[in-house]
Design a protein around this ligand. Structure first.
Ligand code: FES
Length: 194
């Protein structure tokens, strides 16, 4: 019940925001045309700032946050094997959120096999650990995208980008994860090897 309400509220909010953005985009040219009148000369710089701030905000959201592109497009760490959770603390068949060097990860164990997938949904940032897992596929609680735990592939949208999966291992009773980008090799003669 709560999950359904959350999904509906999220979808309505998104539509409202998109509607407001479209309305502003429609109104701005009209305001701009009006401002060309000589009596509004002093207001023209303000209009220019308005326009450029919109460009900045859009660029920031897309290129820094990955909004509507992939919220995990730049997720890479941890650079080395990092302890995420004690093995004994992970229940079977229960999505569990952990953090490893600042990266949010969802752990899942099924019949002795361990899976780790980025916990931030690539679509709009929903927490996958709050979703339902069935047949090794997790359903995002926000808009219902489905991702395979084995390789992160999208089996149902609206997400269009796969979800990064992380390698796992167990060492000394700890579940360790590592990002897909390995750490550089140790420096040799003062230089870092790629
Ligand atoms: S946030 Fe939209 S499907 Fe996950």
């Amino acid at each position: 019940m709560h999950t359904a309400l959350f999904i509906i509220t999220g979808a309505v909010m998104r539509k409202l925001l998109l509607g407001m953005a479209a309305l502003i985009a429609l109104v701005r040219p009209a305001v701009s045309a009006d401002m060309r009148a000589p009596s509004y000369k002093a207001s023209r710089p303000l209009l220019a700032i308005w326009g450029w701030s919109g460009c900045y905000l859009g660029g920031h959201l897309v290129f820094t946050k990955g909004v509507m592109v992939s919220r995990v497009a730049w997720a890479a760490g941890p650079r080395r094997w990092t302890r995420a959770l004690q093995e004994a603390d992970l229940p079977d068949d229960s999505p569990t959120a952990v953090e490893a060097e600042g990266r949010q990860v969802m752990l899942y164990r099924h019949r002795g096999s361990l899976y780790a997938i980025d916990n931030i949904c690539s679509h709009a940032g929903g927490l996958l650990s709050r979703g339902i897992v069935a047949d090794l596929t997790v359903t995002c609680p926000l808009h219902g995208s489905r991702f395979a735990l084995t390789d992160g592939c999208v089996s149902r949208g609206p997400a269009s980008q796969p979800q990064p999966v992380l390698p796992t291992r167990i060492r000394n009773g700890w579940i360790e994860v590592r990002g897909s980008r390995p750490a550089p090799r140790r420096p040799v003669n003062g230089r870092t090897q790629p």
